[in-house]
Design a protein around this ligand. Structure first.
Ligand SMILES: C[S@@+](CC[C@H](N)C(=O)[O-])C[C@H]1O[C@@H](n2cnc3c(N)ncnc32)[C@H](O)[C@@H]1O
Length: 199
């Protein structure tokens, strides 16, 4: 099982954002990952989860301009397939550029409440890390969690961002976590995140 407790006593983050492939201060097609350090421990959290889990398939709901996707792509193997889905067509150029840098990345345009199950099924995905970061409303967030749970491998993790938001919190509370263990993620910025690992 993964364990992130050591982050409690870790004083500083272990990366330099300038070293990230696919991101450059003057070429922020993936958005400003760093954003003045606003997401500094979130980036560290994603890094250590990926290092411990060594996923072969990562699936994100909610791409936006690809900040988290870029971070995850920098830490997973080049043979790990990374998918992200977003209902906003404006995300496409950002996704295309990210695929140019990371051929193991695919952006799917679609509304998760309508197409998530079909998109995962048709690719025969077995997910090792799901990052739920799409709609912050209760019903779609619950839908995203419930849907990806059908495709999670043994030992895999479901990470749900934005713990502070009531819609997300209720969706997590109402989800069925039988067979999962909750794992603490210290220091995650912006109110924390939930992490569950399948036993
Ligand atoms: C918080 S942003 C995602 C940020 C991104 N995960 C990151 O960390 O860089 C939320 C995104 O979810 C998308 N979204 C909201 N509801 C959705 C839905 N039902 N289906 C697909 N995407 C959705 C929005 O268009 C928006 O781009």
């Amino acid at each position: 099982m993964i364990n992130l407790d050591f982050l409690n006593s870790q004083k500083e983050v272990t990366y330099h954002v300038e070293d990230f492939k696919g991101w450059h201060e003057e070429n922020q097609f993936t958005g400003d990952i760093w954003n003045g350090g606003k997401y500094k421990w979130k980036i560290e959290g994603l890094k250590v989860i990926i290092q411990q889990l060594q996923p072969k398939v990562i699936f994100e709901t909610g791409f936006n301009v690809g900040r988290s996707a870029t971070v995850m792509l920098n830490y997973c193997d080049s043979n790990c397939k990374v998918y992200s889905i977003d209902r906003n067509k404006k995300c496409k150029p950002f996704g295309d550029k990210l695929t140019e840098v990371f051929p193991n990345f695919e952006l799917i345009i679609g509304d998760t409440t309508k197409v998530l199950d079909d998109e995962v099924t048709k690719r025969n995905l077995e997910i090792d890390l799901a990052f739920i970061d799409g709609s912050h409303h209760h019903t779609p967030a619950l839908n995203d969690i419930t849907c990806v749970q059908e495709y999670m491998t043994n030992g895999s993790c479901i990470l749900v961002d934005d713990k502070r938001l009531i819609g997300v919190r209720d969706a997590v509370k109402e989800s069925n976590w039988d067979g999962y263990k909750e794992v603490g993620i210290p220091k995650w910025d912006n109110g924390g995140a939930f992490l569950y690992q399948k036993k």
